[in-house]
Design a protein around this ligand. Structure first.
Ligand SMILES: [Zn+2]
Length: 121
């Protein structure tokens, strides 16, 4: 009798990834920390890095990297920086997860790209 192949779970990210490395991550699969949870892939704009370099405050939009003075909402970035967690699944998300990057503001221009995923903070 043949045994089904064993499937190993992917190793969890052991170190907290800095927000500045967000755009360099090309991982397509969500990490294990978002398994079974509703997430949306975080896609940053082509000018994200440039905008972040030119930013003058410490609060930049999660999608375009521009300064945000009046956020349209906030997104919870998980999966080591590649996923946005659905607000309804906040309760199910493990506290102190190493792949949790925390909350980032979203400017009004980019808000439409996070429909249903924006939260008030
Ligand atoms: Zn933006």
């Amino acid at each position: 009798m043949r045994r089904p192949p064993t499937r190993k779970g992917k190793a969890m990210t052991s170190e907290k990834i800095k927000a500045s490395t967000l755009v360099t991550i090309t991982e397509d699969d969500p990490d294990d920390d978002t398994k079974g949870l509703r997430t949306k892939k975080l896609i940053t704009t082509a000018s994200y890095e440039k905008n972040q370099d030119n930013a003058t405050t410490d609060q930049q939009c999660a999608r375009c990297g521009k300064d945000v003075s009046n956020p349209a909402g906030w997104v919870h970035i998980v999966g080591g920086g590649v996923q946005v967690l659905h607000p309804d699944d906040e309760d199910k998300y493990e506290d102190m997860n190493p792949a949790d990057l925390g909350f980032y503001p979203v400017g009004s221009d980019c808000a439409k790209h996070f429909k249903g995923f924006l939260q008030d903070c």
